[in-house]
Every structure is written in C-alpha cells, then in structure tokens.
Write a protein that binds this ligand. Structure first.
Ligand SMILES: *[C@@H]1O[C@H](CO)[C@@H](O)[C@H](O)[C@H]1NC(C)=O
Ligand SMILES: *[C@@H]1O[C@H](CO)[C@@H](O)[C@H](O)[C@H]1NC(C)=O
Ligand SMILES: *[C@@H]1O[C@H](CO)[C@@H](O)[C@H](O)[C@H]1NC(C)=O
Ligand SMILES: *[C@@H]1O[C@H](CO)[C@@H](O)[C@H](O)[C@H]1NC(C)=O
Ligand SMILES: *[C@@H]1O[C@H](CO)[C@@H](O)[C@H](O)[C@H]1NC(C)=O
Length: 778
C-alpha cells in the first residue's frame, strides 16, 4: 500500500515535469541547451494505429529526435461540428505513441496541409459556406479555422502533451507554406498571416509556434524553410534559428556549405510515406500510394490508379540504402551537437567550389569539407593532411581529422525487394470471382435523382465531398418530324469532371478524363437520338480534390458546361444548349449506399460467365489469409480504374496458420472495364542485398529476418554497374572476394565485414580508391 502510493506520487511528479523549449539565433533550446534536432514526418492517417509504434521506433533507430505530423481537418470534421478521432484518426493516441518511444513531436496544425492530401486538408463543407474564401482575411474562414485550431490545441492540452506540460510536443505550426502562394492574396494575405500569428499565440501552448515558408512571419512565430535549397534561407528575425521543417537536408547544407547530392536529393519530406486510405488522396489524379520514396517504404510502389487497403499489421520495410545512409548521417550529426550549436564558425574557400566549414569550441573542432563541383573530385589539404572529397559531396569530420561520413560514399547495403506469388501454399494463383452489375436503372432510364436545378453545378457544391460520384441527368425531347432522327448528332460536353462517363438512353457511349495536369476538356461523340424522350445521364467522378496553389479551393470539379447537341436538320443546323435545362442530381452510387460489398448483404451475386471489359461492375472473391510475416500486396493487374474493398474475418498474419482458416473477402468495383482474372496476391520481401563500398569501411549485409543464401557477385578493385548487374572492372584483387564473403555470411541473417587490404588484398587500380561490390541472394 505504502509503496504503491509512493509510486503514484512519483509518477505524478515526473509527469508534470515541464520541458522548457525556446530558441536563440543558433538553435532550438531544450531546457536551456541548444540542440540539433532531426525530425521525420509520419502522417498518422496514412498508416494504422497498429503500425505506429513500429514506424516510430524505426524512426528513432534511424537517428531521429522528433516526429512531425500535419493534422487533417477534413478527416476529423467531415461534417461541420461532427468529429472523428477514431482508428487511424486517433491523433492523441499517435502523439502518445511518440511519447512512449521517447521522441519529441512537432504538431503541424495548419490547418492547411500541403501533403498531396485531398483538398489540402480542408473540408468541402467549408468551401460551401456563403461568402467563403480560404486562407485570407475572410471572417467566415477565420472563424472556422480558429474553431478547429482551438479544439485541437485544447484536446492536446487536456492530455498534457505539450512539452510545457511535460509532454513530447516541442513545436506547433500554424498555417503552412503560405509564402509560396501569398502573392495573389495581396494585402489581405499579409493581414491574414498576422492574424494567424496572434490567434496561435493566444492559444498559449507554452512551446514556440513555427510558420513555414513565411518570409515575414510576425514575431514570435519562427519562420522555417521547406525545400532542398535552404542555404540562402535567412530567418526574418536574428533570434530565429534556421529550421527546416521539410527536407532537413538544408541543415546539412548550411553546415557543409555545399549541396549534398543524391543521398539527400531523394530525401523527401516524408519519413514514412504510407498509403492514402479511403478517399484521402489529393489531386486530381494522385494515386493512393504515398510512398514518396521515403526511408520507410509503403512496402511497394504502385504507379497505377488504384485504391488500396493494406493489412493492419504491415511493417514498414526499410528502404535501403537510404535508411541506413541517413541513420549514419544522423548519428554523426548528433555526435557533433555541441560544436554545431555552440562552436565559432569559420570557412575556408579553396576555389573550384571546394570549401571547409569549421566549428570551433574550447574542447576541439568539427569540420565539413564540401565539393560543389559536379564533375571532379577535390583534394583538400587541411592541417597537414590531404582529403579526397568526391564530386558533389560533403565529407564530415567530427574531429576535423578523421572522415566519419561522406554523402556520396554509401556504405549501407541496397535492398532489392521481390514480390512473390504463391509463396504461401494457401494463396491460390487465381481467385474465384462472382459478380453483379451496378444498378443504375433509375438514373440511366428515368433520369431521376434527388434534387433538380436549372443549372450545372460544380460537383463539390452538390456532394460536399461525401462521395466521389455525382450523377447529372436531363431529358431531351425530339419530335417525330425532326429530319435528323436516325442520323447522328453530336453531343458536346465541356467538362472538368476528373472522370466522366456518358450514358444516353441507358447506353454507355464513352468516358473521358483530363490529360496532363489540365482541368478541362471537351467530350464529343456522335449520338443517335430517338423521337420522344431521351435521357442523358452523366456520371462525374472525382479522383482527389485539388490541394495546392492560391485559391485552390475554387479549382473546378464536375460538369459545369456548356453542353450542346448539334445536328443538321435539312438545311438547318440545330444547336440545343442543355446547360440551363432541368438537371436532376444524385450523389453516390447504389452499390456503395447499399453496402453490397458487405458479406451479410442480401444481394445476389452471379458466378456464371464473369464479364470482362464491362464498366460499372462489381466483383467479389474470397481468399485465405496468407501465411508468414511478409507484407502482402494485392496486384490489381488487368483492371482499369476501380475501388477495392477488403473485408477481413481474421487477422491476415496468423501465428498458427491452421488455427483459423476462415475466409477474407475482396470486393472490387470496376468503373472502366477490366479483367479481374489477372488480380493476384503477392508477398514482398528482400530478395537480394548489394553493397558497393570503398576501402576502410565496414559493411553490414542483412536479409531482414531471412538468411543469406548465396553470394552471387563479389569483386574488390574497380567493379562497375549496379545492384543486379555488377561487373568486374579492369583491376581486381587476386584474393577471392566471393570465397571470403561466402565463409563469413552464408546461412546468417546478417554479417559484417571490414573492407581492408589485409582481408581483400591490394590490387593496383592506378591510384584510384578501391571498392568492393557485392550482391548476395536472400
Ligand atoms: C466551435 O463552434 C461551436 C459552434 O458552432 C461552438 O459551440 C464551439 O464552442 C466552438 N469551439 C471552439 C473550440 O471554439
Ligand atoms: C527537396 O529538395 C529537392 C531539391 O531541390 C526538391 O526537388 C524537392 O522537391 C524537395 N522536397 C521537398 C519536399 O521540398
Ligand atoms: C569564439 O569567439 C568568441 C568571440 O569572438 C571568443 O571570445 C571565443 O574565445 C571563441 N572561442 C573559441 C573556442 O575560439
Ligand atoms: C468549351 O471548351 C472549348 C474547347 O476547349 C473551349 O474553346 C470553350 O471556350 C469552352 N467553353 C467554355 C464556356 O468554357
Ligand atoms: C478488353 O478490351 C481491350 C481493348 O478494347 C481488348 O484489347 C482486350 O482484349 C479486352 N479484354 C478482354 C478480356 O475481353
């Protein structure tokens, strides 16, 4: 009893222990100490809560100090004042997971989220409020933005998650990348940003607020930089440190003087990309994959147009060598924290884009040698030693003597992922499909929707983005005596529908979508009308709403016309403008409304003659959970544009595969027409690992929980080529590198080898540095 009380007391005391986060012109300070803080971004709704601990842990192991995330307004408030913080949207749980891993958090409330997210994170109901203009001094907008921001801050405060309350959040962000778009907003834009600053400040979170891409961020907002080239970035306040909220390589560049090439070029702002679940992708036409080539992968890159649900216990695979190369960099930078944040800075210019930057403290110095020449290596002489800095790279010497890291010298393995079908014997190579057609009779034949207007509306206005689908329907009457009946007339539709399907009298006459980043296009087709009543039904489908640029909220989606029918009637040209006709509207499709994908639904599915190339068709199949721990992907080969729904009865990864053999259900809705017989399941895993490293380094090969099976290639000298296609060069050691590696690595999950001349020999490569290239099969 006594000890329990003591423990509770202890917990109480430690949980209210506040962290003081501040800054000076040099760095963010935590409890008075300047810090080098490396932050990675993980957007919580792009993975599932089950994945969060692992993703965050891998980030920590990769050398991160902090995890940052946007907050996605339209996901949390899909209908005005109706909130959702469940499942993937459990922001508090996400922040607590960060806290549990002992990392800091950066809360980018925005609420504008520039992350290829549907409509930039704004709810469409907001757009539909009277007199609304986003992101400027518009009363209605400011009221709603303040309401949401305040609510988020209150929620986070209630859980004591700000550092000032003993929580993990060290920085909060208001607005986002406004500087990139503010021109067109003129003076109001400037006013607005001041208002944002004051509003944020009034919320009293006890940690600094940041505003990225705002050159005139009002104090005390910290202006930060997004983008690769942050070297010219100077905060607007001498008391603001340089902070890169995205592309943190900028930190690096500042210290190194030169832009580190490839290694950082690929470092997008995402640490974990993830998957756009449900209808969250921005657009138009951004796919559901948000892999971003980030250090932790989504597990695979789908370049196709598809909607995908992943298994809940999917692990982020390590995207090598990026993850490992960055981890090394993070570790080196952390080892130099004191010099970087307190040292006196001086630079030496050696000419030809070569330079040294020195951080000097009483206890010693740290150096960066930069070579900004893209074509030739530089030799830098420094304190009696000479250093080769490869073209377009930076070398880091934490003690100004020994090279600890060079951006161009990747000493981490490259992992090549392979996808395997049928790896587990229980995955059938072909699925047995049943099917049914989407029921559209009411629309195609009757033209009957839910509301009627004599105007063509933007899709957002009608649907509030509650669905991707909107029907626009009208009827046209022709008299028997019209001469053109039986001949073709032209139906011409000016459209901004992301995807448009056109039906006349129940018949699908075509579909179209915009090309190459354009918003509008003209659909034109010859049609034969009948005498009497003709029904024109247009199905407009959104594929992610626009999410970037000034006034992006007004970028059109849907069918705003004009719509014409043109024909020749004897000597006369008939032009019928349908734009102001009576249009009947209907949001959504029957199949989704009736949830016919639910297994318990009463709808009949046919197993006979499964159709191919049929628009608006539902397909359903059942399958067993794959065995094993490898991530599972479903390959939607053969399909056009479709919605995929996966219903699970059991967790897909089962400890004992024989324990639970119930079926899972896969339902597809195919809009364009496709061939579901090609759809298949695959597992992904590391298939082979490669390295291509210089002498005097240690390389670790790891097959990620599988054993190294065979050394396919190894050569020490000047081998060339890439992973999968290495070739021996003109010089090679007589020591057999394959034998050395075989002895050391075969049958092991990982092995580590020092690349030294003692081990691998000393072939004469004409003075050029020697390298070991190796490819091992897992
Ligand atoms: C948001 O607005 C609603 C009224 O629509 C109000 O009841 C609520 O208190 C406001 N929330 C905040 C945090 O201001
Ligand atoms: C990072 O910098 C590179 C190079 O300038 C740029 O291409 C990329 O778009 C930047 N990424 C982000 C997220 O700013
Ligand atoms: C750094 O610069 C300051 C001001 O010039 C000087 O007082 C200090 O001694 C310097 N420190 C070192 C380690 O050189
Ligand atoms: C309809 O599209 C055509 C072709 O792109 C274009 O010339 C015309 O201006 C458009 N009409 C309207 C009103 O947008
Ligand atoms: C589907 O249509 C395409 C193009 O019209 C055609 O090439 C293909 O053979 C068809 N596939 C099937 C399975 O009918």
């Amino acid at each position: 009893m006594v000890s329990l009380r003591f423990l509770l007391f202890f917990l109480f005391v430690s949980s209210v222990y506040a962290t003081i986060v501040s800054h000076d012109g040099r760095a963010i300070t935590i409890d008075g100490h300047r810090r080098v803080l490396l932050s990675g971004s993980i957007h919580y709704p792009r993975s599932t809560p089950e994945m969060w601990p692992n993703l965050i842990k891998k980030g920590k192991e990769g050398g991160l100090d902090a995890i940052e995330t946007y907050v996605f307004w339209n996901a949390h408030e899909p209908t005005r004042r109706q909130y959702d913080f469940s499942g993937k949207l459990d922001l508090i749980r996400f922040l607590k997971t960060i806290q549990d891993e002992g990392l800091y958090g950066v809360l980018r409330i925005g609420p504008y989220a520039c992350a290829e997210w549907n409509y930039g994170g704004f709810p469409v109901w907001l757009h539909n409020m009277p007199g609304m203009v986003f992101r400027t001094t518009n009363k209605a907008f400011m009221d709603e933005m303040q309401n949401f921001t305040t609510m988020i801050v209150d929620m986070v405060k209630k859980e004591n998650l700000f550092a000032s309350q003993g929580g993990p959040i060290i920085l909060a962000q208001i607005e986002n990348e406004y500087g990139n778009v503010m021109g067109p907003y003129g003076e109001s834009g400037k006013e607005y940003i001041k208002w944002c600053a004051n509003m944020a400040q009034s919320l009293d979170v006890g940690v600094p607020w940041i505003m990225c891409q705002r050159n005139d961020a009002p104090r005390p907002m910290l202006n930060t930089c997004n983008g690769f080239y942050c070297d010219n970035f100077v905060p607007n306040n001498p008391n603001t440190p340089k902070i890169w909220t995205e592309n943190w390589t900028g930190w690096f560049k500042q210290w190194g003087g030169k832009n580190p090439h490839r290694t950082t070029e690929d470092v997008a702002f995402s640490y974990h990309g993830g998957t756009n679940f449900d209808r969250t992708a921005g657009g138009p036409y951004i796919t559901t994959s948000y892999d971003y080539d980030a250090p932790l992968d989504e597990y695979d890159k789908f370049k196709k147009f598809l909607f995908l649900l992943t298994w809940e216990n999917l692990l982020g695979n390590l995207n090598q060598p990026k993850y490992g190369h960055l981890k090394q960099l993070h570790d080196v930078l952390h080892s130099m924290e004191r010099a970087l944040t307190y040292g006196n800075i001086s630079t030496i210019d050696f000419g030809n884009y070569a330079s040294a930057t020195i951080y000097k403290t009483e206890k010693g110095s740290s150096c960066f040698f930069g070579n900004g020449n893209e074509n030739s290596d530089a030799t830098i002489s420094f304190q009696g030693e000479s250093y080769v800095v490869p073209a377009w790279s930076v070398t880091i010497l934490p003690d100004c003597k020994n090279e600890a890291y060079n951006t161009a010298k990747i000493t981490t393995q490259t992992s090549m992922m392979v996808k395997k079908s049928n790896e587990a014997e229980n995955i059938p190579s072909t699925l047995k499909w049943s099917w049914r057609l989407e029921n559209m009779d009411n629309f195609l034949l009757k033209g009957k929707g839910e509301s009627t207007q004599t105007q063509l509306f933007d899709q957002k206005v009608v649907t509030n983005d509650q669905s991707d689908y909107l029907w626009y329907m009208t009827t046209v009457k022709f008299k028997k005596r019209d001469l053109f009946l039986g001949k073709s007339m032209s139906l011409r539709i000016n459209s901004t529908a992301h995807v448009l399907h056109v039906f006349v009298n129940g018949k699908h006459i075509g579909n179209q979508h915009a090309e190459n980043g354009k918003f509008n296009y003209v659909f034109e087709k010859d049609v034969k009308f009948k005498s009497g009543r003709n029904v024109i039904a247009l199905l407009s489908i959104t594929v992610g709403l626009a999410n970037y640029g000034a006034f992006f909220e007004n970028k059109p989606a849907g069918i705003t016309g004009p719509i014409f029918i043109t024909g020749i009637n004897g000597d006369e040209t008939i032009v019928k403008d349908l734009s102001a006709h009576k249009w009947s509207y209907k949001t959504g499709l029957n199949g989704f409304e009736n949830q016919l994908f639910r297994t318990e639904s009463m709808f009949k599915w046919s197993v006979e003659s499964v159709p191919f190339n049929r628009t608006m068709t539902w397909y359903k199949a059942t399958f067993k959970s794959p065995f094993g721990n490898d991530p599972v992907v479903v390959d939607l080969m053969g399909l056009g544009k479709e919605v995929l729904i996966m219903l699970k009865n059991v967790s897909p990864i089962v400890e004992n595969p024989h324990k639970d053999e119930r079926d899972n259900t896969l339902v597809l809705f195919e809009e364009m027409g496709g061939n579901p017989s090609l759809v298949n399941f695959q597992t992904t895993r590391v298939g082979s690992v490669c390295a291509n490293v210089y002498e005097k380094t240690i390389i670790e090969l790891s097959c990620d929980r599988k054993s190294i099976f065979v050394i396919k290639f190894a050569s020490f000298g000047n081998p060339y080529g890439n992973c999968g296609s290495f070739e021996k060069g003109s010089c090679e050691s007589s020591n057999n590198a394959v034998d050395i590696l075989t002895q050391k690595c075969i049958g092991k999950e990982k092995c580590s080898i020092e690349i030294s001349k003692e081990k691998f020999g000393a072939p004469d490569c004409g003075g050029a540095p020697r390298r070991l290239a190796v490819e091992a099969i897992c």
